[in-house]
Ligand binder design. Sequence first.
Ligand SMILES: [Ca+2]
Ligand SMILES: [Ca+2]
Ligand SMILES: [Ca+2]
Length: 486
Amino acid sequence: MALSSNNTISLESIDASSSVEIENAYTFEAARYVPDGTAVNLDFVLNVPGKRTSWESSKSIKINAPALGLEFVRVNDDAANGNGRLDVGETASLVFKVNNTGHAASLAGKVHIASTSSDITFNTTEVTLPVIEAEANQEVSFEVSVAAEATEGSLVDFAIDAVVDKYNASLGTVLGIGLVMEDFETGDFSQFPWVFEGTQPWEITDVNPYEGTYCAVSKDINNNESCVMKVNASNSSPQTVSFYYKVSSENNFDKLKFYIDGAEQGAWSGDKPWTQASYTLQPGDHELKWEYKKDYTQSAGEDCAWVDNIVMPATGATLFANFSANSQVVCKNEKVHFAATTENATSYEWTFEGGTPATSTEMNPEVRYNAQGNYKVTLKVSDGTNESTIVKENFVTVENCWVGIEDIAAPAANFNLYPNPNNGQVTLEVEAQSDIQIYNNMGALVYQGQLQAGTNHINLQQQAKGVYIVRVIANKQTMVKKMIVQ
Ligand SMILES: [Ca+2]
Ligand SMILES: [Ca+2]
Ligand SMILES: [Ca+2]
């Protein structure tokens, strides 16, 4: 933050036991990027001519700024089959929410989307983001089409980046295409490699299925007997397994039980109509098992259990390249910190259009750009077996925050600056009224104001020691000098 007005004001005399209030005594300008809630300490010194003592006081103020976050909301396929999922050959909208959890409204910006999947095409990869008030949010949506050749039950990824001036947020999300479902409509157990255990297998029935013509039903068994059917599933990301069940049995004693990897997840008995059950599967290989088991005595109802519409985890690609950056709008030669966010990757191949370095194999490289423009970033990752590549067009915007120090010849804006190095107190001499901007070495504006023809004094003692770029603009000409505060 910089004081953009004179940092010394004069006071008239103050009567004993009284106070004066000075409105708009100081004005401030915050840098373009300041994290929300950053504390700024202001020190005040009151000097009275002729008095040896000075009075000091401090005040800390917080800077309000936007703070952006992104979340996936839903698949809007109301214009297609309306099942809330992406299906093979379908065109739908992906809805995301940009949250501004900060204490200041965000400026208008943009949201980009990309995918590593060749089964996905976007109507547009960039949408405009309007101003978002503090602690408010804005939904944005992207129209996507799923190729007719896409595999039912495969996974696709989406990488979303919101950019609002120097503030940004990134999100990666993975969705399944269509469903891998056992609905027993083959009329047998041939669709999946079912295995049967217990006293009796399960069988297919066409009596009162949950949906369609068929469902699975446990076979007629005696006391102390069981019917078991099980199938293996494999998923690379946390996913859901769900199914519909129905029971008619001796309540609390003869039960339908569902197991994941041998661990009981649910048990139902008595008279239960068709009901959906849903469980999360952690990544890995899993055994899904349904068992109807009777205790040692008594029977009730139809003495069996039914299962239909088992939704298995989606399969397919296991590796999705994605990355984020600390800032997507930077000054020339400002460092950009990239971070690969792909899980399970073991190697990284970055390509930075217009960047230095132009390529990297680090997980989290740092890159500078030396010319104004919008640049593409490509990341290819590998886990030793699979590869995945994501291309983000116009990912980095490089601004000409200051003119190159070495390539200036601007007589109208010529100025003297001394002493240099200095302790933060600096004198500037200009020939005509000029605008002045001072940037720190991260490209952040720390001071701006106007210089009058002649001698001007600027106090930067509240700024950190280091190298500053002083830019003076007069008569549409710009002159830049380097200044060292020590
Ligand atoms: Ca759908
Ligand atoms: Ca069915
Ligand atoms: Ca019983």
